[in-house]
Structures are given as C-alpha cells and as structure tokens.
Design a protein around this ligand. Structure first.
Ligand SMILES: NC(=[NH2+])NCCC[C@H](N)C(=O)O
Ligand SMILES: [Mn+2]
Ligand SMILES: [Mn+2]
Length: 299
C-alpha cells in the first residue's frame, strides 16, 4: 500500500484570546514541513487551509463560551476535510490553530474507528466545560467535548457523539489542571502521565506503557500534540505556556517510539503562535517532531 499524507491547515484562533495562533499553519509550512516529510511518504498532498476569514469575536451570552457558533461552524468544515482525507486512503495531519480545532479533527477521524485511542500531549487537560472553565475559552474544552461533555454545539459536531471513550485516552505532560478537570479525570478514569510520572519513570517507560495500553483495545490512535506540552524554554511560541514541561529530547523519543510501534493513524500539531515565538523556533520543533513521528532516521 502506498503511503499518502494529507496536510490540512486550520488557521483558527477563536478558541482563545491571544491573536497569532491563526498563523500557525503558515509558520509550520515556512519551517519546511513539505521538504522534511517528502522522503517519508510516497505522496504528500497539501490541501491548503480551511477558510476561516476574519470574523468578529463574540461571547455567547447564554453559555459564556467565546465564539461558540464560529468555532462550531469552522470545525464542521475541518471534520469534513479530515473525513475525506481518510476516505481517500491518506494519513490526515492537521496544523493548528488553537486546540479547539481538535473537536473538528476528532469528529472527522473517529467515525472511521470503533475504538479510537487518543494521545493528548499537553500541559493542560482541555477537559473543561462551560460550567468548569475559568476562561470561557473553547481551546480548554476539546477533550471534554470529544467524550460527549459540554455544549451540544461542540459535542455534536460531525452529527454524532461521543467520539472517544475516556478509557481510550492517555494525557501526557499535564502540569496545569483546573479543579473541574481533576474531578473529571478521577470520575472517568482517563489515564494521565503528569510531569511527575515523566520525571520519575522517564519518557521511555511512559511511552512503553502508553503503547501497550493501546495495543489490544484500539483500532487506531490519534495524536493531538499541543506544543505547550513541551517546556517553554524549548517551545516559546505558544499562548498558554507552563514552566517545567517535556524536553525537546524527550519529545523526540516519544515520537520515535510511536513510529516504531506503528500505532498512530492521524495527528495534529496545535497552538503554534509565531507572534510569541523566537525566530519560528516552535514551528521548526513541530516539523522536527513530525519527522520523528513519520520515521526520519539519522542512520
Ligand atoms: N489548549 C490549551 N492551550 N488550553 C489551555 C487551557 C487553559 C485553561 N485550563 C482554560 O481552560 O482556560
Ligand atoms: Mn495546552
Ligand atoms: Mn491543549
């Protein structure tokens, strides 16, 4: 079977308040994604960007969710594109955009799997709902929405809900969780490797466990990689940095182990904000990590 990649840009910043993350897809392309991944696929198709435009920012009065209707509408478009890419036999790689775009990515992906696994590589849990969110920002809610919790405009994207079962989710790199998120993790049994476990066990063991956790129970695994999962010293170009994160090296090791295990069936790289970055460093790191994820070898 030929190895095909579809790149889909999602230049949306409506899930949070810091402007600039809408330029993430451009920054990642500028960092050389095509050249870097070219040797690793038979065919790369860059499908361009989902049209977002320059919509007015609005807070939904009833639910206190920032840009609810727009986030929902644009994510429907993304879901459709991702769905089509998979149907055409391609591996879908989505470039964000803030993390609210995962709602659309997962809506497009999950209909193709009975038991989709999700790796949420992130400093945050993104498990808030309108009730628990301290900010009203939808980029703090996509994982909750994907297990069917939150506003129906978010949970029902793609016309079905839920997309993922809590027991098929592994969060890696968590170090900033809101109270409601902590309660939800305890309640649902979502597996979490916080920075504590990464420090204690080492990334190699964390990934070994993650891979064997997924091995028999999932028929596909989506990687949702928020660049703020990495330490802000390595990846400064993100809107909600949290100190004490996963290192550059640990992240490459994680990607290499996922590649060896051949379990990843779709991926997205989100929250790259070139305005806050240092000479496009974060976008370059994202591209390097993709290289490792897709099988780049030194020797
Ligand atoms: N994808 C992200 N960077 N999410 C940050 C979320 C921050 C905070 N927990 C909130 O809900 O507002
Ligand atoms: Mn995050
Ligand atoms: Mn996130």
């Amino acid at each position: 079977m030929s190895k095909k990649l579809s790149i889909i840009g999602m230049p949306m910043d409506l899930g949070q308040m810091r402007r600039g993350v809408d330029m993430g897809p451009s920054a990642i392309r500028y960092a050389g994604i095509n050249e870097r991944l070219k040797p690793l696929f038979d065919n790369i198709h860059d499908l361009g960007d989902i049209p977002i435009g320059r919509p007015e920012v609005v807070v939904d009065k009833e639910s206190n969710l920032r840009n609810l209707d727009l986030v929902a509408e644009k994510n429907e478009l993304l879901a459709k594109k991702v769905d089509e890419a998979i149907q055409s036999g391609s591996f879908p790689l989505v470039l964000g955009g803030d993390h609210s775009i995962a709602i659309g990515t997962l809506a497009g992906v999950a209909k193709h799997y009975k038991n989709l696994g999700v790796i949420w590589y992130d400093a945050h849990g993104d498990l808030n709902t309108a009730e628990t969110s301290p900010s009203g920002n939808i980029h703090g809610m996509p994982l909750a929405a994907s297990i069917g919790l939150g506003h129906p405009a978010l949970t029902d994207i793609g016309g079905y809900s839920p997309k993922v079962k809590p027991e098929n989710i592994v969060i890696i790199g968590a170090r900033s969780l809101d109270e409601g998120e902590r309660a939800l993790i305890k309640e649902t049994g979502i597996k979490v490797y916080t920075m504590h476990e990464i420090d204690r066990m080492g990334m190699a063991k964390v990934m070994e466990e993650t891979i064997s956790y997924f091995k028999d129970k999932t028929d596909g695994v989506h990687l949702s990689l928020d660049l703020d999962g990495l330490d802000p010293n390595d990846a400064p170009g993100v809107g909600t940095p949290v100190i004490g994160g996963i290192s550059y090296r640990e992240s490459h090791l994680a990607m290499e182990m996922l590649e060896e295990a051949k379990i990843i069936t779709s991926a997205e790289f989100v929250e790259v904000n070139p305005i806050l970055d240092d000479k496009n460093k974060t976008a370059s790191i994202a591209v390097g990590l993709m290289g490792s994820l897709f099988g780049e070898k030194l020797l």
